[in-house]
Design a protein around this ligand. Structure first.
Ligand code: CA
Length: 162
């Protein structure tokens, strides 16, 4: 009976600690994606140009039914959470994300086809500008803003499970 009691207390302690704040025993995301604000993201630490980065992110869907691609952001709160994560876990680099105006100059949209936010507080001051050589959107961690860059630049990048 004593042994049974000890086992029960230990089991209860594990259950309590695993349900504590900040610990998420069940993730919505499949590896290598991690959950953040209800969505699944992955930061790739090798630099590629925007098109190769987009292809890499798309290829991560593998056998999963989830579609994957360069990351999009749903709102300002998620933008803030991503900034905090990149600041603490990675570094002051540029990261490709899924915004582009390649199809039509000045018509910035997410690769999912959804409209993307314009102006403050997302884009760096004065952007997005209409420039035919700057058609791909990066997140600039050191400034905390989106910028439009040449798609041929090689950067780290952020993928997402949609
Ligand atoms: Ca452009």
């Amino acid at each position: 009976m004593f042994v049974l009691h000890v086992f029960f207390i230990v089991a209860l302690a594990c259950l309590t600690s695993s349900s504590g704040e900040g610990i998420q025993p069940v993730s919505l995301c499949s590896l290598p994606f991690w959950e953040l604000d209800g969505d699944c993201f992955y930061v790739h630490d090798t630099k590629l140009n925007w098109h190769d980065a987009r292809h890499f992110c798309t290829s991560l869907s593998g056998d999963n039914s989830e579609e994957t691609g360069l990351a999009t952001l749903k709102d300002c709160d998620q933008f803030s959470i991503i900034w905090q994560h990149l600041s603490t876990e990675f570094g002051p680099y540029g990261y490709w994300m899924g915004g582009t105006d390649e199809g039509q100059e000045g018509n910035w949209h997410w690769v999912t086809g959804e409209s993307m936010p314009m102006g403050h507080p997302f884009w760096i001051h004065g952007q997005p500008h209409n420039h035919p050589e700057y058609n791909c959107m990066a997140y600039q961690q050191n400034t905390g803003y989106f910028v439009g860059w040449s798609c041929e630049n090689e950067l780290y990048f952020l993928c997402q499970e949609y």
